[in-house]
Design a protein around this ligand. Structure first.
Ligand SMILES: Nc1ncnc2c1ncn2[C@@H]1O[C@H](COP(=O)(O)OP(=O)(O)OP(=O)(O)O)[C@@H](O)[C@H]1O
Ligand SMILES: [Mg+2]
Length: 285
């Protein structure tokens, strides 16, 4: 298994990712984040990461270690105390216009007074200023991709949780982002729906090859979707390990979950996450 440790200059893999189409490289350099207030909290310490164009990178780590903080800094929704974020060669630290963020709570991210179609079009209309017909065509294309082409005129509250999350995915992708950031986007749906959404996201990613960063607590999900999995330490979070996922694609949920390589990586990552901060490193597998 390809395991890299923190401390080296971040370098994204290139050879296996030559198929990049829509994605852009993302580089995080020496990011620190300390929150002020009564008690100072240092959430991130010297986090450096390079994500190749069109790569799918999962980020896992203990609860409260700083995963969402890192994603919000990458998204430009929060300034780091130190360090920078680059999209390609451009410094985008603190700029929020470049990436699309898919949240955990679809019910909060979809606008309840808009139909499914209006929700999707809302995501790109203000950016792209398409003519009505072109906007409708793009909307239909993405609703069809997530299997909801018959539900355009419905309101979000008339759909199941899994369907609403599919609308949120269609909406996020319809603006054809170069980078898609996801913070536990599947944690509020049931286990079967989650697997269906994994397969859907994998298929859409294969088609569009946006660069993807997924924060999750779910080790299976992290491995299933990713080219690499980055593991954060307890707070202040830094990257303790990066594991390359050498499973062929397309990946099918049932087969992958029984694959010995998958089980080996799962074992290694779970052990890593469950050990106490003071416990010494398990050797890489
Ligand atoms: N706006 C804020 N102001 C002050 N402290 C904050 C703020 N946002 C996050 N923190 C603190 O930073 C630390 C990391 O929080 P963060 O939400 O990034 O963790 P996380 O890894 O996403 O946790 P979880 O896995 O539970 O979602 C926590 O101690 C949290 O209290
Ligand atoms: Mg979080």
């Amino acid at each position: 298994m390809n395991v890299r440790s923190q401390g080296k200059a971040p370098e994204a893999p290139s050879s296996s990712l030559g198929a990049s189409r829509g994605g852009e490289s993302l580089t995080i350099t020496s990011v620190d984040k300390t929150f002020g207030g009564k008690r100072e909290v240092t959430a991130l310490k010297e986090v450096s990461l390079a994500v190749a164009p069109g790569e799918f990178l999962s980020i896992i780590g203990p609860s409260g270690c700083g995963k969402s903080t890192l994603l919000q800094i990458v998204a430009g929704l929060m300034m780091p105390s130190h360090g920078k974020v680059f999209l390609g060669a451009n410094d985008v630290t603190g700029e929020s216009a470049h990436m699309v963020y898919l949240f955990q709570q679809y019910s909060k991210s979809l606008l309840p007074w808009m139909t499914v179609e209006e929700n999707v079009m809302f995501a790109f209309n203000h950016r792209l200023h398409l003519r009505k017909k072109a906007a409708r065509d793009r909307c239909s294309e993405y609703l069809e991709m997530v299997g909801l082409d018959d539900f355009g005129k419905y309101y979000p509250w008339q759909l199941s949780g899994g369907m609403q999350q599919r609308v949120a995915i269609a909406r996020a992708l319809s603006s054809e982002p170069k980078v898609l950031l996801m913070d536990e986007p599947f944690s509020s749906v049931d286990a079967l729906t989650r697997m269906e959404l994994h397969a859907l996201v994998q298929e859409l990613w294969e088609r569009k090859r946006f660069t993807a960063l997924l924060v999750t607590h779910d080790v299976d999900e992290a491995i299933f979707l990713a080219d690499r999995v980055a593991v954060l330490t307890h707070r202040p979070a830094t990257i303790s390990e990066i594991v390359g996922v050498d499973l062929s694609r397309p990946r099918r949920p049932v087969e992958v979950h029984e694959n010995p390589r998958f089980l080996e990586m799962r074992h290694h990552l779970l052990n890593h996450l469950l050990r106490k901060p003071e416990q010494s490193d398990e050797p890489p597998v």
